[in-house]
Ligand binder design. Structure first.
Ligand SMILES: [Zn+2]
Length: 96
């Protein structure tokens, strides 16, 4: 798979126009910077839509969707078997 760079990631996924940079801020990972771009192409389905890009100091994009990075959401993404069992039991109680 080709490596994604900031130059590629800043282009709108729908129309391939370079989006406007809305904001740029540091992330929890020191070497990564978060960028928010917005498509300004009026005929694009993503007109006024924003997307997030995370890039390192070399403008490489190691993680495209920071929402799926398990390091950012450690607790909420994990359900233990015990919790699952409890939820299932509760569900059974309510439906019977
Ligand atoms: Zn667009």
């Amino acid at each position: 798979m080709a490596e994604t760079t900031l130059a590629t990631a800043k282009k709108c996924p729908k129309c391939n126009n370079v989006g406007d940079l809305i904001s740029k801020q540091p992330t929890e990972v020191p070497e990564l910077t978060g960028y928010v771009f917005q498509c300004m192409n009026k005929v694009c389905p993503w007109f006024n839509t924003r997307w997030v890009v995370t890039a390192d100091e070399d403008d490489k994009v190691p993680v495209r969707d920071i929402g799926h990075d398990p390091k950012r959401f450690p607790a909420r993404a994990v359900i233990t078997e015990e919790q699952r069992e409890r939820m299932r039991t509760k569900f059974d109680d309510e439906t019977t």
